[in-house]
Design a protein around this ligand. Structure first.
Ligand code: KG4
Ligand code: ZN
Length: 336
């Protein structure tokens, strides 16, 4: 019998639902919350309320696009964490209610594992072992993946995440929220003529907080000489910020490949949508004979399809949760 999973993702500010049948994504519907743009960042309480408003329509749409009747579902999958607790409570409560009423199992999924597992939504799928640079708004990690259910973190950020570095730098430039895609857009027309320090952090860990401070002083000095400095140099500043972030990410990824001898390399998470990072991975892969895996845009930023794909493999392993499932704001990737 077919395994048909309805997956729900509500860890931050996107309400997403997906139907995955036998490991194939039939639908992936996301309701993006625009309210946070007004505040220049995600307001947790507002995010929870919007999830409550959006969750039923998003799920209905996911079932409709997949052409699947709710009674055909084999299991409900949901993000357990990490994320905003209020947002996670909406998703997990709804999933538990649905599982109870349909009398089907519930499968909990770690959001960071799911970003990696997004690579199994598409062909070609990476073979094991592979490394994944997961770069999102809350996390920056190099993960070694041995199998669908065994992965460990080799290095991670000691302070800000790469997405945060994009968002905070963009905010200093007066760009809207989230600034990452806007920095990317402006960088396309600029040249990286400004130098920002690349942090020297030992091992495979990252640090991005120094970059933010360097940019703050750089802009202060630039504006002192020319009040229109930001607007006249916006594209080159964006290109320079983007290059610094990418150089730091790629240096650590290269080191991880050298250290482990693994040449199957993937990127995942919201920042993997960045055109500069995608190009840098392609170029480095060609130089170093890596097999590289870049997700389709719909699987980079938060989406429920990655939750459904993770849950599919958990279903095959018989890994189900029960109705005592509680969300967790902080959650490590485990080798479970
Ligand atoms: O994975 P994601 O959707 O949510 C989290 O789990 O955090 O990642 C969101 C992050 C934000 O910081 C956003 O600015 C960044 O991904 N992002 C980008 C791009 N698209 C999204 N950063 C740089 N360039 C992009 N094109
Ligand atoms: Zn994410």
């Amino acid at each position: 019998m077919a395994i048909i999973i309805l997956a729900i993702e509500s860890s931050c500010d996107d309400t997403s639902a997906s139907v995955v049948k036998d490991g194939i994504v039939l639908s992936n519907i996301t309701a993006t919350q625009r309210i946070h743009e007004e505040y220049g960042g995600v307001v947790p309480e507002a995010a929870s309320r919007r999830h409550e408003e959006n969750i039923i329509v998003t799920i209905k749409k996911a079932l409709q696009v997949a052409d699947v009747d709710i009674k055909e579902l084999s299991a409900v999958a949901v993000t357990k964490g990490p994320g905003l607790l209020g947002s996670l409570i909406v998703g997990t409560s709804f999933a538990k209610g649905l599982a109870l009423s349909l009398n089907i199992p519930i499968i909990e999924v770690n959001h960071m594992t799911a970003h990696v597992m997004a690579h199994f939504a598409e062909e070609p799928k990476p073979s094991f072992p592979f490394l994944c640079l997961t770069v999102s708004g809350g996390h920056t990690q190099i993960v070694q993946i041995e199998s669908h259910n065994a992965m460990r973190i080799l290095g991670e950020t000691l302070d800000d995440a790469a997405g945060e570095a994009f968002d905070k730098s963009g905010k200093l430039l007066g760009l809207g929220y989230p600034a990452g895609p806007l920095v990317d857009k402006h960088a396309k027309n600029g040249s990286p003529k400004f130098e920002f320090p690349i942090p020297k952090i030992p091992g495979l860990n990252f640090s991005f907080s120094g970059l933010k401070t360097a940019i703050r002083y750089f802009l202060r000095d630039g504006i002192k000489n020319d009040p229109a400095f930001i607007s006249s140099q916006l594209e080159d500043i964006c290109a320079s910020i983007q290059r610094s972030i990418i150089l730091h990410l790629m240096a650590k990824l290269k080191r991880a490949s050298q250290k482990t001898g693994i040449t199957q390399i993937a990127i995942a998470g919201g920042v993997s949508a960045n055109s500069g990072l995608r190009a840098a991975l392609k170029e480095t892969s060609q130089k170093n004979n890596w097999n590289y895996y870049i997700p389709d845009f719909q699987y980079c930023t938060d989406n429920a399809a990655m939750i459904g794909i993770s849950a599919h493999y958990k279903f095959l392993d018989g890994e189900f949760s029960d109705l005592y499932l509680t969300p967790q704001a902080r959650m490590k990737i485990t080798s479970a």
